[in-house]
Design a protein around this ligand. Structure first.
Ligand SMILES: [Zn+2]
Length: 342
């Protein structure tokens, strides 16, 4: 039977943004150890192929690609205040994008029903012509474009649960009705975007759904958002593919995020999306490693998601008991704004 794919490589250790930088090689070291411990009867470990320049330039301007490439010539270069490269960063970034494309190919070919690309650096802040927020190339956006081009995908759901708003991904598909982008993120917070009224433009109006959460949200609040917003929106959209920008910085121990999500919470969110994938997308769902800066929280949360991915019949998720929901008004506002696009 086809097994979930786990894409990872030692090469991802080689991007060095600086000794005190939170987006550090240890984030992949813990995933290499996790991958090593996985039962190989249950998971298919897969090596990434590097993305081509042509793949990357479907999403990014050639000038931006050349700028990132040029950083290979110097020991250190600051693309922005917190996006620092070393000589290997361009190559590692192409391999990060390529890791996601490798996973999408494996799922499209039914070699694996689903999978997780455990790559770095992350990508969801990267804009068409600008690196930002630790991100050089937007692997998620490039991946969704690739599905449209290579496999004729016409309905792709991107769920971004990283604690930061996925501004680069939102930008890439803001006028595009073939990609439904849903983001849960802490707000107000870096990078500043992701308000409820950012809903898309032109033909894409209504195909961007932002759920800007106050700090302090934990499993119960996230699951309420999934049940009240994500599941109904996905059910209406009926995606052919589900792609997940899986950042683990909403974890309760994360040093950058201010949320309270547990390992089990991430597992339950994954199960909810796996059930949607089974219902609408012939099971096709691909997870992409974005943020997450507490090493134990990161590793254990990825393990919780991988455990759910083995289940061929994930059952839909109910809500957790919540005495009083502090986010009920926010959920009401999101639903009300999106009423106009039904
Ligand atoms: Zn993040």
């Amino acid at each position: 039977m086809a097994k979930p794919a786990v894409v990872i490589d030692q090469e991802y250790l080689k991007h060095l943004p600086g000794d005190s930088h939170p987006e550090r090689p240890e984030r992949i070291q813990v995933q290499l150890e996790l991958a090593n411990d996985l039962d190989k009867r249950k998971f298919q470990l897969t090596s990434p192929k590097a993305a081509t320049r042509a793949d990357v330039e479907k999403t990014h301007g050639a000038d931006h690609v050349r700028l990132v490439e040029s950083t290979s010539a110097v020991n250190r270069y600051a693309l922005d205040g917190d996006t620092i490269t070393c000589r290997d960063s361009f190559g590692v970034s192409l391999l990060a994008v390529g890791g996601f494309l490798t996973l999408l190919d494996a799922i499209a070919a039914k070699e694996s029903p689903n999978g997780f690309a455990l790559v770095r650096p992350p990508g969801h802040h990267a804009l068409r012509n600008r690196a930002m927020g630790f991100c050089l190339f937007n692997s998620m956006a490039i991946g969704a474009e690739y599905l449209k081009r290579a496999y004729g995908a016409k309905k792709i759901l991107i769920m971004d649960w990283d604690v930061h708003h996925g501004n680069g991904t939102q930008d890439a598909f803001y006028d595009d009705p073939t990609v439904l982008f849903i983001s849960t993120h802490q707000f107000p917070f870096y990078p500043g975007s992701g308000a409820v009224n950012e809903v898309g433009v032109a033909a894409g109006a209504g195909y961007t759904i932002n759920v800007p959460l106050p700090a302090g949200c934990a499993d119960a609040e996230y699951l309420q958002v999934f049940q009240d917003i994500v599941v109904p929106a996905a059910t209406k959209f009926q995606p052919e593919w589900i792609l997940v920008s899986a950042g683990f910085d909403p974890h309760r121990r994360d040093p950058l995020g201010g949320m309270g999500v547990t390992e089990q919470g991430f597992g339950t969110m994954a199960r909810s999306l796996l059930a949607l994938a089974n219902q609408f997308a012939d099971g096709r769902i691909a997870f992409l490693h974005e943020g997450g800066y507490d090493l134990a929280g990161l590793r254990n949360s990825v393990a919780a998601v991988l455990a759910e991915m083995q289940d061929p019949q994930p059952h839909p998720v109910g809500r957790l008991p919540l005495a009083e929901s502090k986010i009920a008004p926010l959920i009401g506002r999101v639903l009300q704004v999106h009423e106009n696009y039904r």
